[in-house]
Design a protein. Structure first.
Length: 138
């Protein structure tokens, strides 16, 4: 649900800024659609279906809440230039990804667990790259 909302918000932001695009606006749209939207959907679905133990709704909501709060912190920290907020969001996002990676331990071998792990690794690797790029730009 939150992933779909992020995609819709990204679309609305893209439409609202189409006549006067900015670097932060374009980046925010891409981040909302790709990370907060599509990746959240894929990771959440993978976590729910690949985990060997049933996940409680409370745990799933908690992970989603941290993931979304981390994304908000990353976006706000980047757009406003508040590196400390970006850093907090990056750490929270990394920890959430780690929990979700560990959460599918023991999954049956096959292409889906490999794709799930690959997606998490790609996101995790992109976090420090984004931090370095943001810091260097300042």
């Amino acid at each position: 649900m939150a992933g779909a909302a992020a995609i819709v918000i990204g679309g609305i932001l893209a439409a609202a800024t189409a006549h006067n695009p900015t670097e932060h606006g374009t980046w925010s749209v891409a981040y909302l659609v790709l990370v907060a939207g599509a990746c959240q959907f894929a990771i959440g679905l993978g976590y729910a279906t690949l985990s060997q133990q049933p996940q409680s709704p409370r745990r799933a909501l908690g992970l989603a809440a941290v993931f979304n709060a981390a994304n908000v912190a990353v976006i706000v920290g980047t757009v406003t230039g508040q590196t400390w907020l970006l850093g907090i969001g990056a750490v929270a996002l990394t920890l959430t990804l780690l929990v979700m990676l560990v959460g599918i331990r023991g999954a049956e071998p096959g292409p889906m667990p490999r794709l799930y792990r690959l997606l998490i690794v790609l996101l995790a690797v992109s976090i420090p790259i984004g931090l370095v790029l943001q810091t260097v730009r300042k």
